[in-house]
Each structure stands twice: as structure tokens, then as C-alpha cells.
Design a binder for this molecule. Structure first.
Ligand code: 5AD
Ligand code: SF4
Length: 464
């Protein structure tokens, strides 16, 4: 019997990865993915708890699901609604109390139990909640995707290598929702990457909440992320490698060296600083100063001069003054980010920050956020403008916005639109940038496309 599954992902890339793994897990049970919830028999919302807004989105979506479930019931169809991810982990029982439409709740470390939970649901059991951190490793129970499923997902893929976090920044829920930091074994990840490459994946992004704390076991020893990246780069067919998200404290010498040594590794690094003020960094328990961070960047740029840096910022952390915020604005210009995400501080229940005195009023947060975003946009525009006229490798990923156009990404992670025939999807093309848009770059094919390591001409080398 085939049934239809609709999975909606909120939040980070790890949720995107987990959503795919849930679909892979349910495929042998007869579930086929559908792009819309309307005709689904099973709806899974894979949720994010990072900020209040993210968590609230889930409840408004559940309101819509109630209508959908009622309509289906009128047609004699039973729809099952499951909440997975970090809201599930953080709120458990509370979700079913607030939204009785929900049939089952499953946390991010126990979704391998879904087939069993669904069977219980079919036996009319209600209020099923599974949010324990199980002793077994969920990855040992998750089947590999079929080649067809991988192909349908495109030529780029995420691979979780590390999960959880032991850093306990005072604003963050991750240590509570994702649990203690664990690294997956080297050989198992390599096998996953080889399978992806065999199915046509050309770019792999290694993901983890604190990815550069990676310390996986393999071949009788422990690997750091740098050592592991060297192994992943040996997998035939993988033309481009990235990793995210890194903590500034865990950037070691070898990780810096791989940015110099590995042609497959994109010259792009997401290295969140959160704030430019030492006082606030201390209150956030970030375990690094502004100077530590800048020194790390300097070392990275010595290894790879054209490295594009991106960051996350939080404005309005408790007790943040105008002077602290000015330090944040300054660091944006000092680093010259290629882009950044910025957020208003959102007090999260159970985190130390939520109980700190001197919470910053929302109007102040909004005003600072606007100024910060202007500074980030200015830096991003400068970075993009430097790309005009240069030729670099673009991995062509999918059809573009206009007919005859393909969309890909530059080595620096910028979206690039280029007129190219669709059979070139999945190839690395040499593209000359002719125009700079607000959200993408525009370019023309420069020479015969090929699959191979990045051959970006460093921006520095061009005197940009
Ligand atoms: N409020 C606002 N932003 C937050 N982030 C994490 N926790 C909070 C919070 N409580 C941001 C950080 C992190 C990104 C994923 O989300 O900048 O790097
Ligand atoms: Fe959101 Fe963090 Fe959970 Fe990812 S790990 S879904 S960012 S709360």
C-alpha cells in the first residue's frame, strides 16, 4: 500500500538532512513523498526552537493542519500529524496540549523509531511522545537513500558528521534540544559520501552544530575535522566540499592548513562571532575575545587569501549598550564579511540568558538590527562587486529563473545565474561574471565545462 508523506523543514540545514533521512526511513514502509500537504496521509513538521518566532511558526502551521485533517476526515481519510525536531524535544507534551491535532511528537535523536511510533498510532494509541536521548545511535538504524531518491534531491548534499554541542553559549537552546556533542565514525560517513557521489552528487557540505569540534573514530584513531576533510576530498566525484557551522574556539592549525591544501574545499567559511564586544562575548560565554577571533581570521586568510567569511550576529543581548553595539558594527567592517545572518536576541526558556537582568527593549533591538543589516549589506555588496569580470568555477545545480538559464553557486557560495543548456546540470562550469545583482551574480560560460576541483582565481591575485 502506498501512502503519501509530506515533510516540512524549519530552521537549520541539519533539519533538512534529518527530513531526508526520515523520508528514506519511511520509504520501505510504503510512504512516497509529496510536495504539498493537501493529499498527504502523514504530515511531519520538522521544527526549530532556536528563536521564539521559529517555534511559534509551528503552532500557526498546526492551525492550518487542523483544517486539513478535518477536511480529510469528511472524505473518510485519516491524516496523521507528527511534530519532529527541536520544538518536539523542548516542548514534548505541551505541543499536544496546545495543538490536539498532533498525533505524535518525536525528538531529533529518536526519529529512527518513527516506524514503530506510526504503528502505535495506527493502533489508535493517542498522545505518543518520544523525546528520550536513546542509548543507541540513530544513524545505525537509518537506511541509506536509494540512488533515485538522492538523484531527485540534486547534485549538492548535506551530510551530518557531528551533532549536539557542549559549549553552552548563554543564549542557545541547542545543547538542550540536540544534546551532548557526538561525532559520527569516519568510515560510516565516508561510505555515505561515496554513495552520494555514485548517485551523482558533486558537492558535499559536512554539517554539525559545532562541526569543527569533530573528533570521529576511524582506522584505529581519532580524526580532527581537518584530517577528516582530507579523507573526504579523496572520494572520487566530489568536486566541492564545505563544512558548517564552526565555532571560533575550535579552529585549529590543521583546519587552517586544509584551506591552503585542498583544492576541493570552497574558499568560504561561516564563522559566527555573534558580537564584537568583549563584554558581551563574555556574558554570552563564547570563550573567545574579539582579538582571538580576528587573529583566527588573519591566520585563515594567510592560508587562503581569498577566503570569503560569513557570520551570525545577535543584537540586543541582555545589557548590550550602544558602545557594545558599536563594537559589533566595527567588526563587520574590519572583517569585510561576504554576508551574514543577524537576529534580535530572543530569550529562550531554560537558557541562562533568559534570566539575565537588563533585557533590552524590542524597539532598541529593532533599531540596532536595521543598522547592523545595513552594514552587512554594504560589505556584501562590496564583496560581490569585486567579482565582476572574474572567471571562476560554478557548480551548475538546477534550472534558473528564466528559460534557458541555470542556477549554480560560485566557490564563495554566491548564487550565479548563467545561460546554459540543462544537460550541464551537475557539472562544474567556468563562468565569467558579467553583472552583479542584489541576490545573485550573472555570468556567461567561459569555456568547455568540466567536472573537477575548484579552480577559482583568488580575488587577491586579480588585484581586486
Ligand atoms: N536569539 C537570537 N538568535 C539566536 N541564535 C541562537 N540562539 C539565539 C537566540 N536565543 C542565532 C545565533 C546562531 C544562529 C544559528 O542563531 O546567531 O549562530
Ligand atoms: Fe533550530 Fe538549532 Fe534545532 Fe537547528 S538545531 S533546528 S537551528 S534549534
Amino acid at each position: 500500500m502506498t501512502r503519501k508523506l509530506y515533510v516540512k523543514s524549519y530552521g537549520c540545514q541539519m533539519n533538512v538532512y534529518d527530513s531526508n533521512r526520515m523520508a528514506d526511513l519511511l520509504a520501505p514502509e510504503g510512504y512516497v513523498e509529496t510536495a504539498a500537504p493537501d493529499d498527504a496521509d502523514l504530515i511531519i513538521l520538522n521544527t526549530c526552537h532556536i528563536r521564539e518566532k521559529a517555534a511559534e511558526k509551528v503552532y500557526s502551521e498546526l492551525g492550518r493542519m487542523r483544517q486539513l485533517k478535518d477536511d480529510a476526515a469528511q472524505e473518510g481519510r485519516r491524516v496523521t500529524v507528527a511534530v519532529a525536531g527541536c520544538v518536539a524535544q523542548a516542548e514534548g507534551q505541551e505541543i499536544i496540549r496546545r495543538a490536539p491535532v498532533v498525533d505524535l511528537v518525536v525528538g531529533p535523536q529518536s526519529y529512527h523509531k518513527l516506524p514503530d511510533l506510526l504503528a502505535r498510532n495506527e493502533r489508535q494509541e493517542t498522545g505518543i511522545i518520544e523525546t528520550e536521548f536513546p542509548v543507541e545511535d540513530k544513524f545505525d538504524f537509518l537506511p541509506a537513500p536509494t540512488k533515485a531518491a538522492t538523484r531527485a534531491r540534486g547534485v549538492t548534499a548535506f551530510v551530518t558528521v557531528q551533532e549536539g554541542c557542549d559549549k553552552f553559549c548563554t543564549f542557545c537552546v541547542v545543547p538542550y534540544t540536540r544534546g551532548a556533542e557526538i561525532s559520527r565514525p569516519v568510515e560510516k560517513i565516508l561510505e555515505e559520501v561515496r554513495n552520494l557521489a555514485d548517485a551523482g552528487v558533486r558537492e558535499v557540505t559536512l554539517i554539525g552544530q559545532n562541526v569543527n569540534a569533530y573528533h570521529g573514530e576511524g582506522f584505529g584513531r581519532t580524526f580532527t575535522l581537518g584530517q577528516f576533510l582530507r579523507r573526504v576530498a579523496e572520494v572520487p566525484g566530489i568536486a566541492r566540499l564545505r563544512y558548517t557551522t564552526s565555532h571560533p574556539r575550535d579552529v585549529d592549525d590543521d583546519l587552517i592548513a586544509v584551506h591552503r591544501d585542498l583544492p576541493q574545499l570552497s574558499p568560504q567559511l561561516h564563522l559566527p562571532v555573534q558580537s564584537g564586544s568583549d563584554r558581551i562575548l563574555g556574558a554570552m560565554n563564547r570563550r573567545h575575545t574579539r582579538a582571538d577571533y580576528l587573529r583566527t581570521i588573519e591566520r585563515l586568510r594567510t592560508a587562503r587569501p581569498d577566503l570569503a567569511l560569513t557570520s551570525d550576529f545577535i543584537v540586543g543581548f541582555p545589557a548590550e549598550t550602544e558602545a557594545d553595539f558599536a563594537d559589533t558594527l566595527r567588526i563587520v567592517d574590519e572583517v569585510g564579511y561576504a554576508g551574514a545572518f543577524s537576529f534580535k536576541y530572543s530569550p529562550r526558556p531554560g537558557t541562562p540568558g533568559a534570566n539575565m537582568s537588563a533585557q533590552v527593549p524590542d524597539e532598541v533591538k529593532s533599531e540596532r538590527l536595521a543598522r547592523l543589516q545595513a552594514a552587512i549589506n554594504r560589505n556584501a555588496a562590496t564583496f560581490n562587486a569585486r567579482c565582476r569580470g572574474i572567471t571562476f568555477d560554478v557548480l551548475l545545480e538546477k534550472p534558473g529563473r528564466l528559460p534557458g538559464q541555470l542556477t549554480g553557486r560560485s566557490p564563495y557560495l554566491q548564487p550565479v545565474q548563467v545561460m546554459a543548456p540543462s544537460h550541464l546540470i551537475g557539472t562544474m562550469a567556468s563562468v565569467t561574471i558579467t553583472e552583479i545583482g542584489t541576490n545573485s551574480l550573472f555570468g556567461v560560460l567561459a569555456e568547455r565545462p568540466r567536472i573537477g576541483p575548484n579552480s577559482a582565481q583568488p580575488l587577491e591575485a586579480l588585484g581586486a
